[in-house]
Design a binder for this molecule. Structure first.
Ligand code: NAP
Length: 355
Protein backbone atom coordinates (compact mmCIF):
# COMPACT_ATOMS: atom_id res chain seq x y z
CA UNK A 1 0.00 0.00 0.00
CA UNK A 2 1.40 3.35 -1.05
CA UNK A 3 1.60 6.06 1.56
CA UNK A 4 2.00 9.80 1.49
CA UNK A 5 1.09 9.93 -2.17
CA UNK A 6 -0.27 13.05 -3.79
CA UNK A 7 -0.13 16.73 -3.54
CA UNK A 8 -3.17 17.36 -1.46
CA UNK A 9 -2.41 15.36 1.67
CA UNK A 10 -2.93 17.29 4.84
CA UNK A 11 -3.75 16.24 8.36
CA UNK A 12 -6.96 17.61 9.72
CA UNK A 13 -7.63 15.86 12.88
CA UNK A 14 -5.96 13.89 15.56
CA UNK A 15 -7.02 12.38 18.78
CA UNK A 16 -5.15 10.85 21.62
CA UNK A 17 -5.57 7.34 20.23
CA UNK A 18 -4.13 8.21 16.86
CA UNK A 19 -0.73 8.98 15.47
CA UNK A 20 -0.27 10.49 12.06
CA UNK A 21 1.81 9.25 9.14
CA UNK A 22 1.19 12.32 6.99
CA UNK A 23 -2.22 12.11 5.49
CA UNK A 24 -3.26 8.75 6.85
CA UNK A 25 -3.47 7.69 10.46
CA UNK A 26 -2.63 4.51 12.33
CA UNK A 27 -4.55 3.30 15.31
CA UNK A 28 -1.92 2.59 17.93
CA UNK A 29 -1.67 -1.07 18.77
CA UNK A 30 -4.39 -2.18 16.37
CA UNK A 31 -2.33 -2.10 13.20
CA UNK A 32 -4.96 -1.00 10.69
CA UNK A 33 -5.01 2.30 8.90
CA UNK A 34 -7.72 4.83 9.46
CA UNK A 35 -8.47 8.13 7.82
CA UNK A 36 -10.25 11.36 8.54
CA UNK A 37 -13.82 11.49 7.22
CA UNK A 38 -16.86 13.71 7.54
CA UNK A 39 -20.07 11.73 7.96
CA UNK A 40 -23.54 11.71 9.44
CA UNK A 41 -24.66 9.33 12.13
CA UNK A 42 -28.31 9.64 11.04
CA UNK A 43 -30.35 11.10 8.21
CA UNK A 44 -31.79 14.60 8.37
CA UNK A 45 -29.19 16.14 10.68
CA UNK A 46 -28.48 19.22 8.56
CA UNK A 47 -25.14 20.93 8.93
CA UNK A 48 -24.99 20.40 12.68
CA UNK A 49 -25.33 16.62 12.21
CA UNK A 50 -22.01 16.37 10.35
CA UNK A 51 -19.26 14.69 12.33
CA UNK A 52 -15.50 14.66 11.88
CA UNK A 53 -14.41 11.14 12.57
CA UNK A 54 -11.76 8.51 11.90
CA UNK A 55 -12.76 5.41 9.97
CA UNK A 56 -10.83 2.54 8.35
CA UNK A 57 -9.50 3.33 4.88
CA UNK A 58 -11.84 1.54 2.45
CA UNK A 59 -10.55 -1.35 0.34
CA UNK A 60 -11.11 -1.55 -3.40
CA UNK A 61 -12.93 -4.59 -4.78
CA UNK A 62 -12.68 -5.98 -8.29
CA UNK A 63 -13.23 -3.18 -10.79
CA UNK A 64 -12.54 -0.51 -8.18
CA UNK A 65 -9.59 1.48 -7.01
CA UNK A 66 -9.05 3.79 -4.20
CA UNK A 67 -8.14 7.38 -4.48
CA UNK A 68 -6.20 9.70 -2.39
CA UNK A 69 -8.84 12.36 -2.28
CA UNK A 70 -7.73 15.87 -2.91
CA UNK A 71 -10.62 18.03 -3.80
CA UNK A 72 -14.23 17.24 -3.40
CA UNK A 73 -17.34 18.83 -4.60
CA UNK A 74 -20.87 18.51 -3.44
CA UNK A 75 -24.08 20.17 -4.39
CA UNK A 76 -27.03 21.36 -2.46
CA UNK A 77 -29.35 18.58 -3.52
CA UNK A 78 -29.89 16.28 -0.56
CA UNK A 79 -29.92 13.08 -2.61
CA UNK A 80 -26.41 13.83 -3.79
CA UNK A 81 -25.17 15.07 -0.47
CA UNK A 82 -25.41 11.78 1.35
CA UNK A 83 -25.26 8.10 0.55
CA UNK A 84 -28.71 6.57 0.23
CA UNK A 85 -27.82 3.58 2.40
CA UNK A 86 -26.12 3.57 5.80
CA UNK A 87 -22.61 2.03 5.93
CA UNK A 88 -21.96 -1.22 7.80
CA UNK A 89 -21.35 0.69 11.04
CA UNK A 90 -24.59 2.67 10.65
CA UNK A 91 -22.93 5.96 9.63
CA UNK A 92 -23.80 7.74 6.39
CA UNK A 93 -21.22 8.79 3.81
CA UNK A 94 -21.21 12.27 2.37
CA UNK A 95 -20.53 13.65 -1.13
CA UNK A 96 -20.36 11.82 -4.44
CA UNK A 97 -18.01 13.69 -6.74
CA UNK A 98 -14.25 13.65 -6.33
CA UNK A 99 -11.00 14.50 -8.04
CA UNK A 100 -7.94 12.72 -6.75
CA UNK A 101 -4.96 10.52 -7.44
CA UNK A 102 -5.25 6.74 -7.58
CA UNK A 103 -3.40 5.00 -4.78
CA UNK A 104 -4.18 1.34 -5.34
CA UNK A 105 -6.24 -0.55 -7.91
CA UNK A 106 -8.31 -3.67 -7.30
CA UNK A 107 -8.05 -6.80 -9.46
CA UNK A 108 -9.75 -6.27 -12.80
CA UNK A 109 -8.97 -2.55 -13.11
CA UNK A 110 -7.38 -2.19 -16.53
CA UNK A 111 -7.96 1.42 -17.56
CA UNK A 112 -6.18 3.02 -14.62
CA UNK A 113 -3.08 2.55 -12.48
CA UNK A 114 -1.68 3.97 -9.25
CA UNK A 115 -0.56 7.57 -9.72
CA UNK A 116 -3.21 8.42 -12.35
CA UNK A 117 -5.10 11.65 -11.73
CA UNK A 118 -8.82 11.26 -12.23
CA UNK A 119 -12.31 12.62 -11.60
CA UNK A 120 -14.99 10.19 -10.49
CA UNK A 121 -18.55 9.78 -9.29
CA UNK A 122 -18.71 7.59 -6.19
CA UNK A 123 -21.48 5.10 -5.49
CA UNK A 124 -24.68 7.04 -4.89
CA UNK A 125 -25.66 4.37 -2.38
CA UNK A 126 -22.77 5.03 -0.02
CA UNK A 127 -21.11 8.31 -1.07
CA UNK A 128 -17.87 8.80 0.85
CA UNK A 129 -16.29 11.80 -0.89
CA UNK A 130 -15.65 13.88 2.21
CA UNK A 131 -12.73 11.81 3.46
CA UNK A 132 -9.02 11.47 2.89
CA UNK A 133 -9.53 8.39 0.72
CA UNK A 134 -12.47 7.17 -1.32
CA UNK A 135 -13.22 4.08 -3.36
CA UNK A 136 -14.38 4.62 -6.95
CA UNK A 137 -15.40 2.33 -9.77
CA UNK A 138 -13.46 2.55 -13.04
CA UNK A 139 -16.81 2.59 -14.86
CA UNK A 140 -17.61 6.10 -13.61
CA UNK A 141 -14.13 7.61 -13.73
CA UNK A 142 -12.30 9.76 -16.26
CA UNK A 143 -8.61 10.61 -16.52
CA UNK A 144 -7.84 14.21 -15.65
CA UNK A 145 -5.25 15.80 -17.90
CA UNK A 146 -2.97 18.54 -16.48
CA UNK A 147 -4.96 21.24 -18.31
CA UNK A 148 -7.98 20.47 -16.11
CA UNK A 149 -7.35 21.74 -12.59
CA UNK A 150 -8.45 19.40 -9.82
CA UNK A 151 -11.03 21.82 -8.39
CA UNK A 152 -12.56 22.38 -11.85
CA UNK A 153 -12.64 18.66 -12.51
CA UNK A 154 -14.15 17.91 -9.11
CA UNK A 155 -17.14 20.08 -9.99
CA UNK A 156 -17.92 18.10 -13.10
CA UNK A 157 -19.25 14.63 -12.38
CA UNK A 158 -22.87 14.72 -11.17
CA UNK A 159 -23.86 18.18 -12.39
CA UNK A 160 -21.83 18.02 -15.59
CA UNK A 161 -23.25 14.60 -16.47
CA UNK A 162 -26.79 15.78 -15.75
CA UNK A 163 -26.34 18.89 -17.89
CA UNK A 164 -24.66 16.89 -20.68
CA UNK A 165 -27.44 14.31 -20.91
CA UNK A 166 -30.19 16.91 -20.63
CA UNK A 167 -28.65 19.00 -23.43
CA UNK A 168 -27.51 16.25 -25.80
CA UNK A 169 -29.97 13.41 -25.22
CA UNK A 170 -33.18 14.93 -23.88
CA UNK A 171 -32.94 18.20 -25.85
CA UNK A 172 -31.20 16.65 -28.88
CA UNK A 173 -28.68 19.49 -29.22
CA UNK A 174 -25.59 18.51 -31.20
CA UNK A 175 -22.45 19.99 -29.68
CA UNK A 176 -20.79 20.47 -33.07
CA UNK A 177 -23.42 23.02 -34.19
CA UNK A 178 -24.72 20.72 -36.94
CA UNK A 179 -28.33 20.61 -35.74
CA UNK A 180 -31.23 22.90 -36.63
CA UNK A 181 -31.31 26.24 -34.80
CA UNK A 182 -33.12 25.84 -31.46
CA UNK A 183 -34.37 28.51 -29.10
CA UNK A 184 -33.50 27.25 -25.65
CA UNK A 185 -34.43 28.50 -22.18
CA UNK A 186 -32.31 27.34 -19.25
CA UNK A 187 -33.66 28.10 -15.78
CA UNK A 188 -31.35 28.20 -12.76
CA UNK A 189 -28.35 29.11 -14.92
CA UNK A 190 -26.07 29.74 -11.93
CA UNK A 191 -26.77 26.40 -10.30
CA UNK A 192 -24.36 23.50 -10.44
CA UNK A 193 -26.22 21.97 -13.38
CA UNK A 194 -27.47 25.16 -15.01
CA UNK A 195 -24.07 26.79 -15.48
CA UNK A 196 -22.78 23.71 -17.33
CA UNK A 197 -26.05 23.45 -19.30
CA UNK A 198 -25.68 27.03 -20.62
CA UNK A 199 -22.13 26.39 -21.82
CA UNK A 200 -22.98 23.03 -23.40
CA UNK A 201 -26.12 24.34 -25.11
CA UNK A 202 -24.11 27.18 -26.62
CA UNK A 203 -21.76 24.64 -28.22
CA UNK A 204 -24.77 23.71 -30.36
CA UNK A 205 -26.72 25.72 -32.92
CA UNK A 206 -28.81 27.55 -30.35
CA UNK A 207 -30.10 30.85 -29.07
CA UNK A 208 -29.97 30.56 -25.28
CA UNK A 209 -32.07 32.56 -22.83
CA UNK A 210 -31.18 31.92 -19.20
CA UNK A 211 -32.68 32.80 -15.81
CA UNK A 212 -30.73 33.63 -12.67
CA UNK A 213 -30.68 36.10 -9.77
CA UNK A 214 -29.77 39.75 -10.47
CA UNK A 215 -26.32 39.42 -8.87
CA UNK A 216 -25.29 36.80 -11.43
CA UNK A 217 -26.48 38.28 -14.74
CA UNK A 218 -22.97 39.19 -15.94
CA UNK A 219 -21.60 35.75 -15.00
CA UNK A 220 -24.31 34.02 -17.01
CA UNK A 221 -23.64 36.27 -20.01
CA UNK A 222 -19.96 35.37 -19.72
CA UNK A 223 -20.92 31.69 -19.96
CA UNK A 224 -22.39 32.43 -23.37
CA UNK A 225 -26.11 33.07 -22.78
CA UNK A 226 -27.57 35.32 -25.47
CA UNK A 227 -30.21 36.81 -23.16
CA UNK A 228 -30.56 36.71 -19.40
CA UNK A 229 -33.64 37.13 -17.21
CA UNK A 230 -33.65 38.01 -13.51
CA UNK A 231 -36.06 35.43 -12.10
CA UNK A 232 -37.27 37.85 -9.42
CA UNK A 233 -38.66 40.41 -11.93
CA UNK A 234 -42.21 40.00 -13.34
CA UNK A 235 -40.88 39.15 -16.83
CA UNK A 236 -38.32 36.77 -15.35
CA UNK A 237 -40.94 35.00 -13.24
CA UNK A 238 -43.12 34.72 -16.37
CA UNK A 239 -40.06 33.37 -18.32
CA UNK A 240 -40.77 35.90 -21.09
CA UNK A 241 -38.07 36.07 -23.75
CA UNK A 242 -36.73 39.68 -23.91
CA UNK A 243 -36.72 39.46 -27.72
CA UNK A 244 -40.15 37.82 -27.96
CA UNK A 245 -38.89 34.35 -28.95
CA UNK A 246 -40.83 31.20 -28.21
CA UNK A 247 -38.72 28.36 -26.80
CA UNK A 248 -38.29 25.05 -28.62
CA UNK A 249 -36.66 23.59 -25.53
CA UNK A 250 -36.75 24.53 -21.85
CA UNK A 251 -34.17 22.86 -19.63
CA UNK A 252 -35.64 23.49 -16.21
CA UNK A 253 -32.69 23.32 -13.80
CA UNK A 254 -33.82 25.84 -11.16
CA UNK A 255 -34.35 24.09 -7.83
CA UNK A 256 -37.97 25.16 -7.71
CA UNK A 257 -41.35 24.15 -9.12
CA UNK A 258 -42.64 26.23 -12.04
CA UNK A 259 -46.25 25.47 -13.07
CA UNK A 260 -47.10 24.37 -16.63
CA UNK A 261 -49.28 27.50 -16.99
CA UNK A 262 -46.06 29.58 -16.88
CA UNK A 263 -44.15 27.39 -19.34
CA UNK A 264 -46.95 26.79 -21.84
CA UNK A 265 -47.42 30.29 -23.37
CA UNK A 266 -43.65 30.62 -23.88
CA UNK A 267 -43.26 27.41 -25.90
CA UNK A 268 -43.11 27.11 -29.68
CA UNK A 269 -45.66 24.81 -31.36
CA UNK A 270 -43.68 21.64 -30.59
CA UNK A 271 -41.89 23.04 -27.56
CA UNK A 272 -40.63 20.68 -24.88
CA UNK A 273 -39.90 21.28 -21.20
CA UNK A 274 -37.22 18.98 -19.79
CA UNK A 275 -37.89 19.00 -16.09
CA UNK A 276 -34.90 18.15 -13.90
CA UNK A 277 -36.87 18.62 -10.69
CA UNK A 278 -40.07 16.73 -11.46
CA UNK A 279 -42.69 16.42 -8.75
CA UNK A 280 -45.89 14.39 -8.91
CA UNK A 281 -47.59 17.04 -11.03
CA UNK A 282 -44.87 16.77 -13.68
CA UNK A 283 -45.53 13.04 -14.05
CA UNK A 284 -49.29 13.56 -14.27
CA UNK A 285 -48.76 16.31 -16.81
CA UNK A 286 -46.37 14.08 -18.79
CA UNK A 287 -49.01 11.32 -19.05
CA UNK A 288 -51.85 13.76 -19.84
CA UNK A 289 -49.87 15.31 -22.67
CA UNK A 290 -49.23 11.88 -24.19
CA UNK A 291 -52.89 10.87 -23.85
CA UNK A 292 -54.13 14.11 -25.39
CA UNK A 293 -51.57 14.03 -28.23
CA UNK A 294 -50.35 17.46 -27.12
CA UNK A 295 -47.57 18.86 -29.30
CA UNK A 296 -46.10 20.70 -26.34
CA UNK A 297 -44.52 18.30 -23.89
CA UNK A 298 -43.31 18.17 -20.31
CA UNK A 299 -40.64 15.48 -19.89
CA UNK A 300 -39.38 14.40 -16.45
CA UNK A 301 -35.63 13.80 -16.62
CA UNK A 302 -33.16 11.89 -14.47
CA UNK A 303 -29.46 11.51 -15.13
CA UNK A 304 -28.00 8.09 -15.87
CA UNK A 305 -24.28 8.60 -15.12
CA UNK A 306 -21.96 7.15 -17.77
CA UNK A 307 -18.18 7.09 -17.87
CA UNK A 308 -17.91 7.96 -21.57
CA UNK A 309 -20.01 11.09 -21.01
CA UNK A 310 -17.60 12.04 -18.22
CA UNK A 311 -14.68 11.54 -20.63
CA UNK A 312 -16.41 13.89 -23.12
CA UNK A 313 -16.89 16.55 -20.45
CA UNK A 314 -13.25 16.40 -19.34
CA UNK A 315 -12.19 16.66 -23.00
CA UNK A 316 -14.35 19.77 -23.48
CA UNK A 317 -12.78 21.25 -20.37
CA UNK A 318 -9.29 20.43 -21.63
CA UNK A 319 -10.12 22.17 -24.92
CA UNK A 320 -11.27 25.27 -23.02
CA UNK A 321 -14.91 24.85 -24.14
CA UNK A 322 -16.30 24.21 -20.66
CA UNK A 323 -15.40 25.59 -17.26
CA UNK A 324 -16.50 25.23 -13.67
CA UNK A 325 -17.66 28.37 -11.91
CA UNK A 326 -16.32 27.95 -8.38
CA UNK A 327 -18.43 29.61 -5.70
CA UNK A 328 -15.99 29.03 -2.86
CA UNK A 329 -13.38 26.63 -1.51
CA UNK A 330 -13.28 25.24 2.01
CA UNK A 331 -10.79 22.96 3.80
CA UNK A 332 -11.96 19.48 4.80
CA UNK A 333 -11.53 20.54 8.42
CA UNK A 334 -14.31 23.12 7.82
CA UNK A 335 -16.51 20.94 5.63
CA UNK A 336 -19.52 22.05 7.66
CA UNK A 337 -19.07 25.64 6.38
CA UNK A 338 -19.22 24.35 2.81
CA UNK A 339 -22.22 22.24 3.70
CA UNK A 340 -24.07 25.20 5.24
CA UNK A 341 -23.40 27.31 2.16
CA UNK A 342 -24.64 24.52 -0.09
CA UNK A 343 -27.87 24.21 1.87
CA UNK A 344 -28.59 27.84 2.77
CA UNK A 345 -26.82 29.68 -0.06
CA UNK A 346 -26.17 32.04 -1.61
CA UNK A 347 -24.32 29.86 -4.08
CA UNK A 348 -23.13 30.42 -7.65
CA UNK A 349 -21.73 27.36 -9.41
CA UNK A 350 -19.85 24.79 -7.34
CA UNK A 351 -18.69 24.65 -3.74
CA UNK A 352 -15.37 22.86 -3.36
CA UNK A 353 -13.95 21.13 -0.30
CA UNK A 354 -10.24 20.42 -0.46
CA UNK A 355 -7.54 18.85 1.66
N1 NAP B 1 -32.89 15.19 -12.68
C1 NAP B 1 -31.67 14.89 -12.31
O1 NAP B 1 -31.05 13.91 -12.76
C2 NAP B 1 -30.99 15.76 -11.28
C3 NAP B 1 -29.66 15.51 -10.88
C4 NAP B 1 -29.08 16.34 -9.93
C5 NAP B 1 -29.82 17.39 -9.39
N2 NAP B 1 -31.11 17.59 -9.79
C6 NAP B 1 -31.92 18.71 -9.32
O2 NAP B 1 -31.65 19.82 -10.18
C7 NAP B 1 -31.88 21.04 -9.48
C8 NAP B 1 -30.72 21.96 -9.70
O3 NAP B 1 -29.58 21.44 -9.03
P1 NAP B 1 -28.31 22.36 -8.86
O4 NAP B 1 -27.30 21.59 -8.10
O5 NAP B 1 -27.95 22.92 -10.17
O6 NAP B 1 -28.94 23.50 -7.95
P2 NAP B 1 -28.22 24.61 -7.14
O7 NAP B 1 -26.77 24.63 -7.47
O8 NAP B 1 -28.62 24.46 -5.73
O9 NAP B 1 -28.93 25.92 -7.72
C9 NAP B 1 -28.83 27.07 -7.00
C10 NAP B 1 -28.87 28.24 -7.96
O10 NAP B 1 -30.18 28.34 -8.55
C11 NAP B 1 -30.57 29.70 -8.54
N3 NAP B 1 -32.03 29.77 -8.46
C12 NAP B 1 -32.81 29.47 -7.39
N4 NAP B 1 -34.12 29.61 -7.71
C13 NAP B 1 -34.15 30.01 -9.01
C14 NAP B 1 -35.21 30.33 -9.92
N5 NAP B 1 -36.50 30.26 -9.56
N6 NAP B 1 -34.89 30.70 -11.17
C15 NAP B 1 -33.60 30.78 -11.56
N7 NAP B 1 -32.55 30.50 -10.75
C16 NAP B 1 -32.83 30.10 -9.48
C17 NAP B 1 -29.89 30.28 -7.33
O11 NAP B 1 -29.72 31.66 -7.56
P3 NAP B 1 -29.86 32.70 -6.33
O12 NAP B 1 -28.81 32.32 -5.33
O13 NAP B 1 -29.62 34.03 -6.96
O14 NAP B 1 -31.27 32.52 -5.80
C18 NAP B 1 -28.56 29.54 -7.28
O15 NAP B 1 -27.55 30.19 -8.05
C19 NAP B 1 -32.08 20.68 -8.01
O16 NAP B 1 -33.45 20.77 -7.71
C20 NAP B 1 -31.60 19.23 -7.93
O17 NAP B 1 -32.33 18.54 -6.98
C21 NAP B 1 -31.69 16.82 -10.74
Amino acid sequence: MKENVGLFVKIYCNSSSLTSSKGSLWVKGLGFRVMHAVQYDSYGGGTSGLQHTEVPIPSPKTDEFYLLGGIYFFESYLGWLVGLLPLADGTIGTALDVAGEIVKVGKGVERFKAGDKVVAVLSFLIGGGLAEYAVASQRLTASRPPEVLAAEGAGLPSCGLTAHQAVTQAAGIKLDKTGQLKNVLITGATGGIGHYAVQLAKLGNTHVTATCGARNIEIVKSLGADEVLDYKTPDGAALKSPSGLKYDIVIHCAPTTIPWSIFEPNLSENGKVINLTPGLFAYISYVVKILTFSKKKLVPFFVNPKGDNLDSLVKLMKEGKLKTVIDSKHPLSKAEDAWAKGIDGPCTGKIIVEQ
